[in-house]
Design a protein around this ligand. Sequence first.
Ligand SMILES: [Zn+2]
Length: 386
Amino acid sequence: MASPVKKRYTASNSSVFDMTDVRRLEMATSLECLCSANPFKNVILLPLKFKNSNAASDSRGWTFNKAYCDVSNTDTGFLMADVFRRGFDLLLDVIKDRELPKTKSELIIEKKLLDFLLMDETVPDLEGLTETELIKFLANHLFGKLATTSNYTIDAKSSGKKSKECPCGKDRCSLSGRYGDTNVGNPEVWHGNVDLIVNNDLLVNLVNEESGGSSLCKDPQFIAQTIVSSFLQRQTHPEHEHFLTPSIGVRRKELFFMFYDAQHDVLLESSKIPLVKAMQPDKFNWSAIILSWLVVNYRFLCTGLTDEMVNFHKADFFQQALPKLEVYKEKLYVGNVEFSDSSPVINPHYLIKYNPYLLERKKKVKEVIEEVEEKISHSTIFVQEK
Ligand SMILES: [Zn+2]
């Protein structure tokens, strides 16, 4: 029997050629932010170190909302692109040479982003939504649309109506996810329900308003759930290449990302990312879209910690959790866990760590920006002369 003809994934079936120069420029500018030294536009990851916590309290395991974490950060920052090298390179290939991924899975993932950018989603007034509505809206119109499946689970214990109606206000827009049990952890250690689980493995939670006076949110609940999530990944998917696991924090019009690696004990928190454009609050900010895309597809696009993060930036969580470290490593569950504002986003004094990978990619992104800017300026002159 003849072998079936393999379907070729060519550029013709992608939205890449619908990308105008203005869109290419916007994408290139967003990528530049991911590797820029400019504190007014970059997104950096700061390593956090534990001083104290109730991660292994003798008496009982604490729920996420009662988690206590005293953490500090040093003056070292890393760039977000450094842990998403696969994702960054895929996007660079598209904007530089209009080149598409070679594998089917990467092509599907990349198309999710390109189609999303073409859709040009409208964002309702986020201030007018309740916290539960905000989570539902972002699940349905951002995270769920950028992930490989539109499956997500909203905490069934959340307040408000459990309707399938989407809070975006559009007619006939219904939630593609469901309500369910979002408990994770173990009653002996940190555990509790999270607001949203995307694609069965990415935790999303509202973060505390008060905790974010500074550029970092350092919300103990956010830290605790991220750590539990990474141990859970290590326990359920020991075959994965690395265990750097992100989770998403949402606060009004901002996103935060937190990462923990349960193998190397490194905890990183991102600077805040505005959800919508400053001059166009009914449109998502492209950096928020691209970063959300990287994070919801982290299993494919995240390349794990760099050697420097592993060797010099331990979180000392293993030490914190020592009496109960085995529970974190081996006994965590999902479901049925029984209970007993645009200023510089980060302090400009952080020493950003560059390496040959980042310097090389930064150069390439700059080349794309120059090329597209020149092309656009030529066409502008041409129109004026006509
Ligand atoms: Zn909707």
